[in-house]
Design a protein. Structure first.
Length: 189
């Protein structure tokens, strides 16, 4: 058994007949009263976000999960198809289990979260950052660049994000897949 002192982002626990993953947490020690842990958790089966407060020292049941690297192959009617990097077995994952799946490109390596006890796929995590090419964006108009102006850009996977005005069609961008935000122009290697 673990306690609230063991909580960290990404930890999976069994709670309310579901498996939840901690997204963020905060240990709070008020001036008066007992300490507690305020946290946000994501339901691995439902995708629902839950805010909960645990008293400090409260026992939690950690879920036995394994994270394995899988390579994205293609998308079809059954879902998103991945291949295990070690055994070359192929699995299909429902698109609802992959947050921001419009950033996926063939060949990308993702982490699939699998419940160890019943071999159930709980979710899929994309790499934190991906490098994608801009396929379409409007040209900047002179005079609009004095402030922190933004414009919309379509990437090679079909995803649309907001970028600074100096980004042009054909540029390669580093994109944060968790926040769907522009990070920087990709460095040429």
């Amino acid at each position: 058994m673990a306690t609230t002192a063991d909580i960290r982002n990404g930890l999976c626990i069994e709670f309310n007949n579901d498996i939840y993953q901690f997204v963020e947490f905060q240990h709070v020690k008020p001036g008066k009263g007992n300490a507690f842990v305020r946290c946000r958790m994501k339901g691995m089966r439902t995708g629902r976000m839950l805010e909960h407060t645990f008293p400090a020292g409260h026992e939690i049941i950690t879920a036995r999960v394994v994270r394995k690297s899988f390579q994205f192959l293609y998308k079809d009617d059954m879902g998103f198809n991945f291949m295990d990097q070690e055994t070359f077995d192929q699995i299909s994952v429902d698109g609802k289990m992959i947050e921001n799946n419009d950033f996926l490109r063939e060949g990308d390596v993702c982490e699939i979260i699998i419940h160890e006890e019943n071999n159930l796929i709980l979710g899929c995590e994309l790499p934190a950052h991906v490098i994608l090419e801009v396929t379409y964006t409007e040209d900047a108009v002179a005079g609009n660049t004095a402030t922190n102006a933004q414009k919309s850009a379509t990437l090679e996977t079909g995803a649309t994000i907001t970028v600074p005005m100096f980004v042009n069609t054909g540029d390669k961008l580093k994109v944060d897949t968790r926040t769907r935000s522009y990070v920087e122009r990709a460095k040429d290697k």
